[in-house]
Design a protein around this ligand. Structure first.
Ligand SMILES: Nc1ncnc2c1ncn2[C@@H]1O[C@H](COP(=O)(O)OP(=O)(O)OP(=O)(O)O)[C@@H](O)[C@H]1O
Length: 436
């Protein structure tokens, strides 16, 4: 099962440029979370901070009881074993066929025999729908296939946390929909904690259990999907509607008077209707996270805005409503009129009635509210590790400031910046070949 990632008061600047400040959120174990935000708001910087590739100026990232911002290199190395990362272009080795690309972390970091390697590689290739493409070179396949090959490689060492950096970039809407289904199906099969950075609104509306949004150097929201998707916060509504008029502009921040003039001219965009969350494909196991999430979200239900509460309750079956002590919506009696079952409500979530009833609750409160920490689980079995770094992507990103040196990726299975290895090998950091 995936592990919880706890982020507390995280801030990051590059020289005088503040990227974001005081970011706090929990990625609940095994759940799928999405991070949205206009371009340049620091989503990739956030992902890199989670794996310790960038050091935040303040705050904590706690994984399995270890704060990776302050821990030793040795501990950081251990924590990184829990991660799999899918970079935008798949970060494949151009001179290796897909089979060898996917087998690479296993050959470098485990003692598996070639027969065992083959079994794992074919299993992961099947999971991502690439069986039959073993002999293809990255240059011979489509962008979508490259991403799936990168995903298979991210999976071979059984990560407990999987990070996706814009998995839908460059894909057409059909391929994006197929990939979204694949992500949900994978989550059901491996039950790891997923965080997806995306600009794709459809992905945000249909895939995650939780959604957050970075804007103007702050985390405006993070919480159950129903909170952001029913929010009438102008920046959220503009983003979800993909409209040019609103607070987000080319340079991110617009003058308030200009925003008001635009909205007066074009009308205020509506909060789009909720879309149902994607379900697992037939024949696969249920997502365990869905059940855990249900209990977690119902414990914090009373602290959410009324529309979000209503959407959450609508998603429950009559049996679940009865089980958790809510009346059926058919009776017209929503839980605003009911006391939540005593044993379900954590003390901090027993919100004062006026807060509970207040539809104007500013969204910042959701992000700042301490998230309901899932009960501490026993440390899960440490998985062996993997994989490649997005060095090319980092080098291409324009910056008005001199680039800050990112931490040397001392990563089990991580790559040094240098491209293709001489004679088909790159220099890898971390364990030597043959070490377990
Ligand atoms: N290593 C670095 N040194 C200096 N500045 C950096 C570094 N990495 C990122 N930045 C800057 O941080 C800001 C946020 O970049 P980031 O790539 O995280 O944004 P993003 O939200 O992921 O954008 P997009 O959605 O366009 O991919 C940008 O101004 C970028 O230039």
């Amino acid at each position: 099962m995936g592990v919880e990632v706890v982020v507390e008061g995280l801030s990051k600047s590059f020289g005088p440029q503040t990227i974001w400040r005081d970011v706090s959120l929990n990625l609940p174990q095994g759940e799928i979370s999405v991070l949205l935000g206009p371009s340049g708001t620091g989503k990739s910087v956030f992902l890199k901070s989670l794996v310790g590739l960038l050091k935040p100026d303040e705050g904590k990232v706690v994984i399995n009881g270890t704060d990776i911002c302050t821990c030793s290199e040795k501990d950081l190395y251990e924590v990184r074993k829990l991660f799999g990362v899918l970079f935008q272009d798949g970060a494949l080795f151009g001179s290796m066929n897909l089979y060898d690309n996917i087998a690479f972390p296993l050959r470098e970091h485990t003692r598996k025999s070639e027969t065992e390697v083959r079994n794992v590689v074919l299993e992961k290739m099947e999971m991502v729908g690439l069986i039959g493409a073993e002999d293809k070179l990255p240059g011979e396949i489509s962008g979508g296939m490259k991403k799936r090959a990168g995903l298979a490689r991210a999976l071979v060492l059984d990560p407990e946390i999987l990070l996706f950096d814009e998995p839908d970039s460059g894909l057409d809407p059909v391929r994006t929909a197929v990939q979204n289904q694949l992500i949900v199906d994978l989550n059901a099969q491996i039950d790891a904690t997923f965080l997806i950075v995306t600009h794709d609104i459809n992905t945000a509306r249909t895939v995650p259990d939780n959604i957050g949004m970075l804007y103007r150097r702050n985390l405006v929201m993070f919480g159950p999907r129903e909170v952001l998707l029913t929010s009438d916060e102008p920046v959220v509504v503009q983003f979800l509607n993909g409209r040019p008029d609103g607070p987000i502009g080319m340079s991110e921040e617009k003058d308030t008077a200009l925003v008001e003039a635009e909205l007066a001219k074009h009308g205020r965009p509506q909060v789009p209707a909720m879309m149902p969350q994607l379900e697992v494909s037939p024949g696969l196991p249920d997502r365990s996270a869905v059940h855990r999430r249900k209990e977690r979200v119902l414990r914090q239900l009373r602290s959410l805005n009324p529309t979000a509460q209503e959407e959450i309750l609508k998603s429950l079956t009559p049996e679940e409503l009865a089980l958790y002590g809510f009346k059926s919506p058919a009776t017209g009696s929503w839980p605003q009129q009911q006391a939540a079952p005593q044993q379900q409500a954590a003390p901090q979530q027993q919100a004062a009635p006026q807060q509970f009833a207040n539809p104007q609750q500013p969204p910042q409160q959701f992000a700042q509210q301490p998230q309901q920490a899932a009960p501490q689980q026993p440390a899960p079995q440490q998985f062996a590790q993997q994989q490649a770094q997005p060095q090319q992507a980092q080098q291409q990103r324009p910056s008005p400031h001199p680039r800050q040196q990112e931490q040397e990726p001392v990563w089990p299975g991580g790559l040094q910046a240098d491209e293709e290895p001489a004679g088909g090998r790159r220099r890898w950091f971390g364990r030597k070949r043959g070490e377990q």
